[in-house]
Design a protein around this ligand. Structure first.
Ligand SMILES: [Zn+2]
Length: 401
């Protein structure tokens, strides 16, 4: 908990926690984490993308590696636990081995991912994509708000942008990747449980819709002859809420509307909006997309205006490994807690790591389900449970269970 507080002081902005990719703030956080990794008997290095990689060697002759970790970067005005908690819990579990002078029949690599949130370049999972070997080098040309390209930022942070391919995992057999993360939702709190297992990470569809009516004078255009794009969009927003609200496990959000011309005295002629749909079952998500886009078309037709839709992204849900999750569940039960499973509505580095190896995730209860906010909060006792569970999980894997 003290370490989470300490990392929270590593920020780009004086009064709030903002820790973007390849910033001085993340550099300072990495220095702290490196010290803690070394104290836990690990070697630590940073790869070209800026992932901090701490390695705790296994017993002599061991060849496989288990990956643990989470991300070190943050959103703007972030909380203290989203990301860093997973890195610090992993280090604490390794520290417990080191303190007992125990070497497992596999090595452990704890990764502090360089970028998960995508704050600086608007593109997420830079760190895990480099490690999983799925980073697209065309993205190196992206510029941040100050015009600094990703390649320049990587160079300034000590990495070689021409050698991102070297970051891809090349250390032999992987046993899997396990990530501890705050839940970012209310389920564990409602069930009065310190931790829970993630069954799957929800798939996500993102669409952009544009309703096009006719901009007109707000004073002289009678109500009956308007083609108000925003009024149509408003009906659509309600339809989205109603549909998601009546389908189990589905969440759908209109998070952004751009209203044109956007003046108090003009009937809105055009509205472009975003639609984000998530479900742990891909078929349900795809059906919801179809139904809601049909609704948009119907709403537009009824009002004699036009609507165009574009799919922005389509990410399938990612299932957690039954084998690793079963060991993790056993570890939770061994510590005397019920092991429940829940789907993650938020994306995580584990999504990308699933392309490289089997994944498992442990959620830690967070107060009020609040995240991406300075009020983000976890209980010390729950963090202790998470450290204990991860330690027990390592024992079970070492015993081949
Ligand atoms: Zn996170």
């Amino acid at each position: 908990m003290n370490r989470c507080d300490e990392l929270a002081t590593c920020t780009e902005e004086p009064d709030r926690l903002t820790r973007p990719f390849a910033s001085d703030a993340i550099g300072r956080a990495d220095e702290h984490i490196t010290t803690w990794m070394r104290a836990a008997g690990m070697t630590a290095r940073r790869d070209n993308m800026g992932n901090l990689r701490g390695r705790y060697e296994g017993a002599p002759g061991s060849t496989a590696t288990l990956l643990l970790g989470s991300h070190v970067d943050s959103v703007r005005d972030a909380g203290k636990y989203d990301g860093p908690l997973g890195v610090l819990v992993a280090i604490a579990a390794v520290q417990a081995l080191h303190d007992r002078d125990v070497r497992l029949p596999f090595a452990i690599e704890v990764v502090g991912f360089a970028d998960e949130e995508g704050l600086r370049y608007g593109t997420t999972y830079l760190g895990s994509r480099a490690l999983a070997g799925t980073f697209d080098e065309a993205e190196l040309d992206r510029a941040d708000a100050r015009g600094v390209t990703m390649a320049e930022a990587i160079l300034a942070f000590g990495g070689d942008p021409n050698r991102i391919a070297d970051d891809r995992w090349s250390g032999g057999t992987l046993l899997g990747y396990c990530e501890v993360h705050i839940e970012q939702g209310p389920v564990l709190e409602a069930r009065d449980l310190p931790v829970g297992l993630v069954s799957a990470i929800a798939g996500q569809s993102r669409h952009s819709l544009t309703f096009t009516g006719v901009a007109a004078h707000a004073g002289t255009t009678p109500m009956g002859s308007r083609k108000d794009a925003l009024a149509a969009a408003a009906v659509f927003v309600q339809a989205v809420e109603a549909y998601a609200g009546s389908h189990e496990g589905l969440v759908a959000t209109v998070g952004q509307l751009i209203v044109q011309p956007g003046a108090a005295n003009v009937v809105p002629g055009e509205v472009t909006l975003t639609l984000d749909i998530r479900h742990a079952v891909d078929a349900d998500r795809i059906l919801a997309s179809e139904r809601l886009l049909d609704d948009a078309a119907r709403i537009a037709t009824r009002r004699s205006i036009a609507v165009t839709t574009t799919q922005v992204s389509d990410n399938a849900s990612v299932a957690c490994s039954p084998r690793l999750t079963s060991s993790l569940s056993q570890a939770v039960r061994d510590l005397g807690h019920p092991a429940i499973q829940l789907a993650s509505g938020a994306g995580h580095d584990a999504v990308v790591m699933a392309g490289l190896t089997e994944i498992a995730m442990l959620f830690v209860r967070c107060k009020g389900g609040i995240s991406h906010h300075p009020d983000e909060s976890v209980a010390e006792a729950d963090v202790a449970v998470a450290i204990g569970v991860l330690g027990r999980f390592l024992d079970l894997l070492a015993a081949g269970q």
